[in-house]
Design a protein around this ligand. Structure first.
Ligand code: NAD
Length: 450
């Protein structure tokens, strides 16, 4: 069975969302053109399964998450009213180690997207040979509409609702869109307080991406962007491309986008256009990455920043530059964007930024893509280092983390691109193939219980 023949599962979550979120009397919402992110990811799995000759029962097992948890939990708001929130944790696979993956707090969070993102975490950890499985979760909430106190209460009640479905040796969340080191610390603290005094301190590793004072690892905050930049420098080395004096455009200026701009600026690459949920901006001389990052930290977005000129989304995608780093959400690069892009390389900081139509056009146009599963795996790699430090009660210095991450990223980049060349497939499918070979070998050795 493949993604084409597999019966379309009703995405009861999105139907439910549409029904419950729709005010009475509002027109019915047509879900037929909804982007099916999970199906897209299943499609890549099918492509890679054929290349590596994965036994059919294994690709069937890996096409679905093991567990899909949905919780509803009440939170008292600042004005005294109670609001009910919906949270998720999707545990895709734990063959190689505990479930691992981010928590997304965003109004668009849906079951289908989280299933796709959880599945990608399994490939990422297997590709990087990290002893973790894959998971993803989140809360359907617009964090910008919450006060700091409300965000804390949403986080703590969500953690309470998840109960022992997470744990340092079972399922370990991390930051993703809309969550931060502070959110991870609230989760850690809530979880610790549920386990009793004697066991409390052993629970620090229940989440990664924590602040430094509360058990986080040096280098974790910039790790995803650092991994993206290691991939870019490896590509530049292989293609004899001098990065000094070159330009980049970056979509999304949160954790991954802002650190990418900062790290690229250290290599002499200037970011000449960027954008976020509020709009897009361009400047020919390049943004001061540090100033813009500080501005976004203070103001929550790039809106109102005076160092650039406002442009449309279309103008952003048509900006001529050397590099493009998507660092926002999935399904941002469709056919129109792929035709408009005028860049030499795309390094996917975001998960799933290219949809299949967009990717097809980019491949035809000969624009190389460093795929998400490889490019943004620096985050989970340093999360693994954080977990190891917590379990051993150690603190590594930044040099140690940087050295290990650089070696891991360069090695993974070379494995993916060599495999792609040898098999004449895209680096995306190559990354999936390497992950599947690792998982397939582990399944072959362990067998299936009973
Ligand atoms: P973040 O919340 O820090 O930043 C997200 C950015 O995207 C913000 O600038 C936001 O304004 C922007 N954005 C949101 N909606 C947008 C829209 N419709 N159009 C344009 N911009 C929009 O999140 P992040 O942690 O930087 O994550 C960004 C991407 O990187 C996501 O795809 C995430 O899954 C992926 N990723 C993150 C990590 C990590 O360690 N944080 C690791 C791997 C992958």
């Amino acid at each position: 069975m493949t993604s084409e023949t597999r019966p379309s599962e009703p995405d009861y979550d999105s139907v439910d969302d549409v029904l419950t979120d729709r005010p009475s009397g509002a027109p019915e919402v047509d879900l037929s053109d909804r982007y099916e992110f999970f199906r897209v990811i299943q499609g890549y799995l099918d492509d890679a399964s054929k290349v590596v000759g994965l036994p059919a029962h294994l690709s069937e097992m890996l096409a679905q998450p093991k567990n899909e948890l949905i919780v509803h939990f009440p939170v008292r708001m600042d004005d005294g009213t109670m609001q009910l929130f919906k949270g998720y944790r999707i545990q895709h696979n734990n063959l190689l180690g505990p479930y691992k993956g981010g928590l997304r707090f965003h109004q668009t969070v849906s079951l289908d997207d989280l299933k796709a993102l959880a599945t990608m975490m399994t490939w990422k950890c297997a590709l990087m040979k990290i002893p973790f499985g894959g998971a993803k979760g989140g809360v359907k909430v617009d964090t910008r509409a919450l006060s700091e106190d409300e965000l804390m209460r949403v986080t703590r009640r969500f953690t309470h609702a998840l109960g022992n479905n997470i744990g340092p040796n079972y399922d370990i969340p991390a930051p993703d869109v809309g969550t931060s080191g502070q959110v991870m610390v609230w989760i850690m603290d809530t979880y610790m307080n549920q386990v009793g005094h004697a066991a409390k301190n052993a629970q620090r590793a229940v989440v990664t991406g924590k602040t430094l004072t509360c058990g986080g690892s040096p280098g974790r905050e910039k790790a995803t962007a650092q991994g993206v930049v290691h991939c870019i420098t490896e590509w530049a080395k292989d293609n004899r491309f001098d990065l000094e004096g070159k330009t980049a455009i970056i979509q999304g200026f949160g954790n991954v986008g802002s650190f990418s701009a900062l790290l690229l600026s250290k290599l002499g690459v200037s970011t000449i256009a960027t954008g976020d949920h509020t709009g897009y901006m361009r400047t020919t001389e390049g943004f001061n990455a540090h100033k813009l990052s500080e501005y976004v930290k203070r103001n929550g977005s790039i809106a109102g920043y005076e160092g650039g000129k406002s442009i449309s989304r279309e103008e952003f995608f048509a900006t001529k530059a050397d590099l493009f780093i998507p660092a926002a959400l999935e399904n941002q690069i469709g056919a129109a964007e792929a035709k408009a892009l005028d860049v030499k390389l795309i390094a996917e900081g975001a998960n799933g930024p290219c949809n299949p139509e967009g990717e097809k056009i980019l491949v035809e146009r000969g624009i190389p893509i460093i795929p998400d599963v490889l490019a943004n795996s620096g985050g989970v790699t340093v999360s693994y280092y954080e977990w190891v430090q917590n379990l051993r009660s150690e603190t590594w210095d930044l040099d140690e983390v940087d050295r290990r991450l650089e070696k891991t990223m360069r090695d993974a980049y070379q494995r993916v691109f060599t495999y792609a060349r040898e098999k004449d497939i895209t680096p995306r499918v190559a990354a999936y193939c390497l992950a599947l070979e690792h998982l397939g070998q582990a399944y072959a050795e362990r067998g299936i219980f009973p």
